[in-house]
Design a protein around this ligand. Structure first.
Ligand code: GAL
Length: 477
C-alpha cells in the first residue's frame, strides 16, 4: 500500500468504528433523555391516577355518606320540564327581538316577550303565590321557583339581587336585596330597564322559608342629586357581613349612575342586622371599574370583595381590611377575558367554588361553575352546573341569574342556589329561583390545567318545580 492509500485506509477504518461508537453514544444519550422524559410522564400519570383514585373514593365516600346519613337523594332526582316553545310570531315584543343568542335564543326570546303564550309559565300569577304563614301541613316548606313568594304580611318579597346573612347572635337568617317596588322605565331609549332606587330591603327568617319584612334598612336619597343613593342612580346586589372585631354589620353594594358609567362599590355600616345602615361612601376598588359584585367571608374571618371589572371582561378578587370598610391593596385578576358576572361564592372541604353568569343584562344566559384551591386563584372553569329541566332551560340557568349560595350547616356539601328571574318589563315582579346545589360526583368536562383529569367534584344545581329541604334540617334542633 502506498503511503497515501495507507492513510486513506486508516481514515476509513477509524470512521467505520467511530460512527457506531458515536451512534451508540448518541443513542445512549437519547435513550437516557427519553427515559427521563418517559419516567417523568409516568410519574405524573401515576400522580394523577392516584389523585383521581383518592378523589373518586372521596366522592364515593361522600355519596355513600349521603345515601346513609342524610336524605338529599330525592333532591338529586332529575325533573324534566316540557316547555314547548311556540313557533316564532312575526310581531315580537321589542324586548324579545333585541335578543339574539346562538344557542338558547328561542326560549329566551319567548321569555322576554311580554305577550308570550307562556307568560304564565315563566311568571305564574298571584293566584299561585306561596304564602308560608298560610300554607298548611303537607304544603309547608316547599320552594316553588318562579312563583310569587309572599312575606309574613302577605306582600311579595322585595329582595332582588340579594344575599343572606346568618346572624349567630340572634340565630336568625337575614335576606338583603334590592327593593324594587316602583315603576319600571327606561332612562334613555337605549338604556336598560330600571326602577328608581328605593333602597335595600331586609327580611328575617328562622327557617329560610317564612320571611318577615324588616323594612328598608338603607333608603334612597330623595333630594340631593349628587348623593350616590339618589333615586335616579343604581343600587344593586347588596351583601352584608358581620365583623367580629368591630361588632358591626357591614354592607357592600354596586353603586352606579343610570348609564352604568360610575361603576363603583358603596359601603354602609350598622349596629344591628336590621339597620338602620349608615352609608359611608363609594369607591372604585383598586382603582378599577366595578359592576356586579359580592362579598365572601372566609372561615378565618377574612372577607373578600369579588367584582366584574374592565368592562365586565374579567373578575377581580381581593381581601378587605380587618374592619371590612375598605379593600386592601392586594388584588388578583381572575377569569380574564371570560366575561362573567353575578358571582356567588361558597366553600366546601377547603375548596372555593363560584357560580357566575354571562353578561346579557336582564336576559338570562348560561351559568358556569368555577373552583379554586385559593380564593385568590387560579380559578378553573368547570362548566354548566344546571341539571334537569330541559336543554334550553339549562342553557338559560332556568331563566334566572345567580346572586348567592347559602350553606346548609348540618348537610355537608349541600347548599341553596339563589337566583333572580328578572322581569325587565316589570322589574318589581322579578321572581326568585331557589334550588338545591350539591357538591359531589365527577365533573363532566376535563379541566384545562390538569392533563384532563378532574381535580374537583362536580357542582350540580338540580331543577325542581317544587322542593323542600330534608326534614332533619327543617325541624329545629
Ligand atoms: C345584569 C346585572 C344586573 C343588572 C342588569 C342591568 O347584567 O347582573 O345586576 O345590573 O345587568 O341591565
Amino acid at each position: 500500500m502506498s503511503m497515501v492509500k495507507e492513510r486513506e485506509y486508516e481514515r476509513e477504518e477509524q470512521y467505520k468504528y467511530r460512527k457506531p461508537i458515536a451512534f451508540l453514544r448518541d443513542a445512549g444519550y437519547r435513550c437516557s433523555k427519553s427515559a427521563v422524559v418517559w419516567s417523568l410522564v409516568g410519574f405524573l400519570l401515576m400522580l394523577q391516577l392516584y389523585s383521581l383514585a383518592t378523589h373518586r373514593s372521596a366522592v364515593k365516600g361522600d355519596i355513600q355518606f349521603r345515601v346513609n346519613r342524610h336524605p338529599v337523594r330525592e333532591l338529586e332526582q332529575v325533573e324534566e320540564e316540557k316547555i314547548q316553545v311556540p313557533p316564532v310570531r312575526k310581531k315580537r315584543s321589542p324586548h324579545a327581538s333585541k335578543w339574539r343568542h346562538k344557542r338558547n335564543s328561542a326560549l329566551v326570546n319567548e321569555f322576554l316577550d311580554e305577550n308570550s303564550q307562556l307568560r304564565h309559565v315563566f311568571f305564574p300569577d298571584m293566584k299561585t303565590a306561596i304564602y308560608p304563614v298560610k300554607a298548611a301541613g303537607n304544603e309547608s316548606h316547599y320552594y316553588h321557583p318562579g312563583k310569587i313568594w309572599l312575606d309574613t304580611e302577605g306582600n311579595p318579597i322585595q329582595a332582588h339581587g340579594g344575599g343572606i346573612l346568618y346572624d349567630e347572635r340572634s340565630a336568625t337568617y337575614y335576606w338583603y336585596g334590592e327593593y324594587k317596588d316602583g315603576p319600571t322605565y327606561r332612562a334613555h331609549k337605549k338604556g336598560a330597564a330600571r326602577v328608581d332606587v328605593i333602597g335595600v330591603g331586609c327580611y328575617s327568617s328562622k327557617d329560610l322559608w317564612t320571611w318577615k319584612n324588616q323594612g328598608i334598612v338603607l333608603p334612597a336619597e330623595q333630594k340631593n342629586e349628587t348623593h350616590d343613593l339618589h333615586k335616579s342612580n343604581v343600587l344593586e346586589r347588596p351583601k352584608v357581613v358581620y365583623n367580629e372585631k368591630t361588632g358591626k354589620y357591614v354592607m357592600w353594594m354596586h353603586i352606579d349612575d343610570a348609564n352604568y358609567t360610575k361603576a363603583a362599590v358603596g359601603i354602609a355600616i350598622s349596629e344591628y342586622p336590621t339597620g338602620p345602615f349608615k352609608y359611608l361612601h363609594s369607591q372604585r376598588p383598586h382603582g378599577f371599574d366595578s359592576r356586579d359584585m359580592t362579598i365572601f367571608k372566609d372561615d378565618d374571618g377574612v372577607a373578600y370583595l369579588i367584582y366584574s371589572s374592565q368592562n365586565n371582561s374579567e373578575l377581580h378578587v381581593g381581601p378587605l381590611t380587618d374592619d371590612y370598610l375598605d379593600v386592601q391593596p392586594e388584588m388578583q385578576r381572575i377569569m380574564v377575558g371570560q366575561r362573567r358576572e353575578a358571582p356567588a361564592l361558597f366553600k366546601y372541604q377547603g375548596t372555593y367554588y363560584m357560580i357566575t353568569s354571562g353578561c346579557s343584562g336582564w336576559a338570562p344566559n348560561e351559568a358556569v361553575a368555577h373552583a379554586a384551591e385559593s380564593i385568590m386563584g387560579p380559578w378553573e372553569t368547570m362548566g354548566n352546573p344546571c341539571i334537569g329541566g330541559n336543554k334550553m332551560f339549562r342553557l338559560a340557568t332556568f331563566l334566572a341569574q345567580s346572586t348567592f349560595v347559602i350553606p346548609l350547616p348540618g348537610i355537608p356539601g349541600s347548599y341553596i342556589f339563589m337566583a333572580d328571574r328578572w322581569n325587565p318589563v316589570e322589574l318589581r315582579d322579578s321572581r326568585y329561583v331557589w334550588l338545591p346545589l350539591i357538591v359531589g360526583g365527577l365533573p363532566d368536562r376535563p379541566l384545562e390545567f390538569n392533563f384532563g383529569f378532574p381535580s374537583w367534584p362536580r357542582v350540580s344545581i338540580y331543577w325542581h318545580r317544587k322542593w323542600r329541604l330534608p326534614l332533619s334540617w327543617r325541624v329545629p334542633k
